[in-house]
Ligand binder design. Structure first.
Ligand SMILES: Cc1ncc(COP(=O)(O)O)c(C=O)c1O
Length: 459
């Protein structure tokens, strides 16, 4: 193996030594296996933010030394993100709150009359902003292979009326972890004159992403999934639509001049460039934290990070394949490449119950529910037995009852092998022996009540 693909040790993250109580009262080290929701902060990010914190000052508006320094760091963070994403000349980086905010910003900037194309498999953040902004949307059916995805887009675009078009597509599914053929979809879209925005919320933390090579027009991701949980995100890409659009928010920082007119009105000249859509005091710590994470991941090397993650994914999928009651959810088939995100259901178990037992009996944190991708999970599960609540567990159902929700396990650069091994052991034991505790639904959460009396059960 060449040096560049040598497998690295897990990167240092906060919380790796946190002890959590089990239902039994014992304490164990927490196994954070919910990176797809929010990844732990990289130690490096935390240290960088702590080192900067005393120098924190207002951005773009202060004459003092710390304001100047903070402004420089904020703008430098923009350049670091541009390098991390391998942007083209003329592309811009807008700091937002997260991916949801980035995609809503873009939806507000899309020229009127644009037709948007999105697969029904998208996360709600990439599925919903377009219609919400009053745009026409073609929702494409869930494809069952990458080639089918490209063919479906090709056909939909060929049949679409003349006019501006936009495809929104995810790089890696937040449900199955499967990689989407972004470069092929982009080439197809461009051939039909459509633009592309890439939802890289689940891709950027796991893979090197080059906007230049993929050819996408915009990209969005969240700091809190990229080991930088300080409330910032990114929308980056082409300037033309963004500069021509009304500012996302009206307020200070987005304006060049504001003047009272003789007729009593107020005339505004808005900035072009990132400032146009960043009204209000920017989140300098959030932006700085994202830049720090970009540097840390680049220095660790995506070849090494990906090689390590691939081994963990292989171990996980092989381990789960040995448990016949486990059904892994997949759109593109069992051998499709995925990042460290995988959802599954367990025969005879309610997923909320199973996830609660992983936490209460093994100290493992996963997520259960429909993962803000309801149409996709419904398609993958194939029926609708229990009404789900928004983004979470289904309405109360009894342990053992089948439910319309799944369990998601996800990991990344900070995950030690032991967490994946403990997870596999826990799944195997729960499936074989059942939960060691009884559970009841309290306010939508499944909580342990009393320990199962195994002697009575066996007798
Ligand atoms: C693929 C995908 N897109 C968008 C989002 C929304 O990200 P955020 O909640 O950070 O805005 C998520 C969050 O889980 C996601 O997984």
């Amino acid at each position: 193996m060449s040096l560049s693909t040598e497998i690295c040790a897990p990167l240092a993250v906060l919380g790796h030594d946190v002890q959590v109580p089990l239902a039994s009262g014992e304490k164990v080290g927490y196994a954070a296996l919910d990176y797809a929701a929010s990844a732990p902060a990289l130690q490096r990010v935390w240290d960088d933010v702590a080192a900067y914190a005393p120098y924190y000052g207002s951005v773009h508006r202060g004459a003092g030394y710390l304001s100047q320094l903070s402004t420089d760091l904020f703008e430098q963070s923009r350049r670091t993100v541009a390098d991390f994403l391998d942007l083209r000349d003329g592309d811009q980086v807008v700091f937002t709150r997260a991916t949801t905010d980035s995609l809503n910003l873009l939806a507000s900037a899309v020229p009127a009359g644009t037709r948007v194309f999105a697969f029904e498999t998208e996360h709600h953040a990439s599925l919903l902003p377009w219609a919400h902004a009053g745009l026409e949307v073609d929702y494409l059916r869930a494809p069952r292979s990458r080639a089918e995805a490209v063919a479906a887009l090709d056909a939909a675009l060929a049949a679409a009326p003349e006019g501006p078009k936009l495809l929104c597509v995810t790089g890696a599914s937040n449900v199955t972890g499967e990689l989407w053929p972004v470069a092929e979809l982009t080439a197809t879209a461009h051939r039909h004159g459509a633009r592309v925005v890439l939802d890289a919320a689940q891709l950027a933390p796991h893979h090197r992403v080059s906007v230049r090579e993929l050819g996408v027009d915009w990209i969005a991701f969240s700091g809190h999934k990229l080991y930088a949980p300080f409330g910032a995100g990114v929308l980056a890409g082409r300037s033309d639509w963004l500069d021509a659009a009304e500012p996302y928010l009206a307020g200070g920082g987005a304006t060049r001049t504001v003047a009272r007119e003789a007729d009593g009105s107020v005339a505004v000249q808005w900035h072009t460039g990132p400032a146009r859509h960043e009204a209000g005091s920017p989140n300098v710590i959030g932006a700085y934290a994202i830049a720090s994470a970009c540097r840390a991941l680049t220095e660790a090397g995506f070849d090494a990070l990906e090689a390590r993650e691939r081994l963990l994914v292989e171990r996980l999928t092989a381990g789960l394949a040995e448990i016949p009651q486990v059904k892994v959810l997949s759109l593109f088939g069992p051998d499709s490449a995925r990042v460290g995100v995988l959802s599954f259901v367990v025969q005879g178990w309610n997923s909320s119950h199973f996830s609660a037992a992983l936490s209460a009996e093994y100290g493992i944190g996963v997520r259960d529910g429909l993962f803000c991708a309801h149409p996709l999970v419904r398609t993958l599960l194939g029926d609708e037995e229990v009404a789900p609540s928004e983004c979470g567990a289904p309405e109360p159902s009894l342990p053992g009852e089948r439910s319309l929700n799944a369990i998601r396990v996800s990991f990344g650069a900070g995950t030690p092998d032991e967490h994946v091994e403990r997870f596999l052991t826990a799944v195997r034991e729960l499936v074989t022996d059942g939960a060691a505790w009884n559970y009841r639904n309290e306010g939508g959460r499944c909580v342990p009540t009393v320990e199962v009396d195994r002697s009575r059960r066996e007798g």
